[in-house]
Design a protein around this ligand. Structure first.
Ligand SMILES: *Cc1c(COP(=O)(O)O)cnc(C)c1O
Length: 473
């Protein structure tokens, strides 16, 4: 065919838009976006003809359909088979059914977010969490903001701006994603006074640093690392006593903060919010979406005067919590109030899951792998800046990848829809059932079967789609 004929053989935009598959794309992504995509694809085809004097092999309509993948919203569900329960990159805590329902109820319509229904007048969004936070933690007052980093920023801005905050050098930590405690502290307008050394800080180090301009002592929980060996830290009770002797505020950033005792599951101790308050903290800070198991939020509980000062500060408006998050957080806290958190909150359900049940699922997954898979003992971790180094015994599906290509096989798993994220260990790809919702098992099994069918060499990249039985949380 001559080049001119090749150009003429290309379909018009209108004809493309008449194709049933393109009609479906337009319904999904909007007419204009699909028209623009069709034009771009046609331009690329014309450029290819000009360059090579031949027509690309793929039909134009197929190219449009393939490229439409780039139009879908990018945030989507993935299956977390890593065994890391609170995985910050994978969205931290999955929410309970009740939390999701509460978020839907409030999100789908109007609410009394800032309205006092009884009095018929303006109310406060902070009122909705105050009582339940007090009930489950034993505090006088509570407030929740956008996340724990903003809770820390707000606490320092409201209680310490223009004055000094004493902190141990061993606690000037980076939490993840380049988020460093000292940087947040500086943004608040407070001046940081570092005391002690990386491994040893005594109460007397704090005492010597206290002066006219001191506003608070800050303790930051070493949530993502451990200092072992020749170490010394002052206890919170000692620091709180020192703070109160000098009329200072004791601020305790727990990071994850747990309301239930992690030692019951054979894990290391994670400080309890209740213990922090009982030891004398005036403000205790923790995340909503770490071990609490709720939506993204930062919670501050403690003395009413301190919490009120945080509410009144102008920054409170800038870091305020959205109505659906308030609803989800309140519903999550209700699980604790009712004493049912271990069954109802997914994070705790995963922590409490016995190895026998995990073993049954790992063996079923392994059977789907044929000769390539076997069930093997391994360790799950809590993650998310809590319990560094603490592990839970689990049973994983251990896959010996085709051609020994672990990276390639892990990538093929991520190519499934929804993507399955696994972990690689010593050349094997490990899938841990602990962090996978049992409703997602079918998808995991059919993906493994499709990728490892026969001798496994035929991993064709043709990965199945989940039928969508509501497994999406
Ligand atoms: C995780 C963490 C934070 C930050 O919490 P976000 O909710 O992610 O903002 C702050 N301090 C400590 C000690 C943490 O572990």
């Amino acid at each position: 065919m001559r080049v001119n004929e090749l150009y003429r053989s290309l379909p018009s935009v209108d004809r493309l838009l008449g194709d049933p598959r393109v009609v479906a794309l337009a319904a999904q992504h909007g007419h204009d976006a699909v028209v623009e995509l069709a034009r771009t694809v046609l331009d690329d085809y014309r450029a290819a003809i000009e360059r090579t004097s031949t027509l690309p092999e793929v039909a134009v309509v197929d190219a449009v359909v393939a490229r439409a993948a780039g139009l879908r919203t990018s945030l989507r569900r993935v299956v977390n088979a890593t065994g890391v329960i609170i995985h910050t990159n994978l969205g931290r805590a999955p929410l309970s059914r009740e939390a999701l329902e509460a978020m839907e109820r409030v999100g789908a319509g109007y609410s009394n977010l800032e309205f006092d229904v009884e009095e018929g007048e303006r109310g406060s969004r902070f009122a909705h969490l105050d009582a339940i936070l007090c009930r489950v933690t034993g505090a006088d007052a509570g407030i929740a903001v956008n996340n724990n980093a903003s809770a820390l920023l707000l606490a320092l801005a409201a209680l310490c701006a223009g004055r000094e905050v004493v902190i141990s050098r061993g606690q000037l930590v980076e939490i993840g994603g380049g988020f460093r405690i000292p940087d947040v502290m500086r943004q608040s307008g407070a001046t940081l006074v570092e005391v002690g050394t990386t491994n040893r800080t005594y109460v007397r180090d704090y005492a010597q640093a206290i002066g006219e301009r001191t506003a608070a002592i800050l303790r930051v929980h070493a949530s993502n690392f451990r200092v072992v060996g020749f170490t010394e830290t002052a206890t919170l009770a000692e620091l709180a006593a020192l703070a109160h002797e000098h009329s200072l505020v004791m601020i305790d950033d727990l990071g994850s903060g747990a309301l239930l005792d992690t030692r019951r599951y054979g894990l290391a101790e994670e400080p309890l919010v209740q213990d922090s308050l009982a030891a004398g903290a005036d403000v205790t800070l923790f995340s909503g979406d770490k071990l609490l198991g709720g939506p993204q939020a930062g919670v501050a509980v403690g003395r009413r005067t301190a919490i009120d000062a945080m509410r009144r500060h102008p920054l409170a408006r800038a870091v305020r919590l959205d109505k659906t998050a308030i609803a989800g957080l309140a519903a999550t806290l209700q699980h604790y109030a009712r004493g049912e958190a271990e069954q109802a909150v997914p994070v705790w359900r995963m922590i409490a899951e016995p190895p026998e049940a995990l073993g049954r699922r790992a063996r079923r997954w392994s059977r789907a792998c044929g000769a390539h898979g076997e069930a093997a003992p391994s360790q799950s971790t809590v993650g998310g800046g809590s319990l560094p180094g603490a592990e839970l015994p689990t049973v994983v599906c251990s896959v010996r990848p085709p051609r020994g290509d672990a990276d390639g096989f892990a990538a093929a798993l991520r190519g499934a829809d929804p993507p399955i994220v696994a972990r690689i260990h010593e050349g094997r790809v490990l899938l841990d059932p602990r962090t996978v919702d049992p409703r997602e098992d079918r998808h995991v099994e059919s993906t493994l079967r499709a990728l490892l069918d026969g001798d496994g060499a035929g991993a064709s990249g043709a990965v199945p789609r989940d039928e969508g039985d509501g497994a999406g949380r």
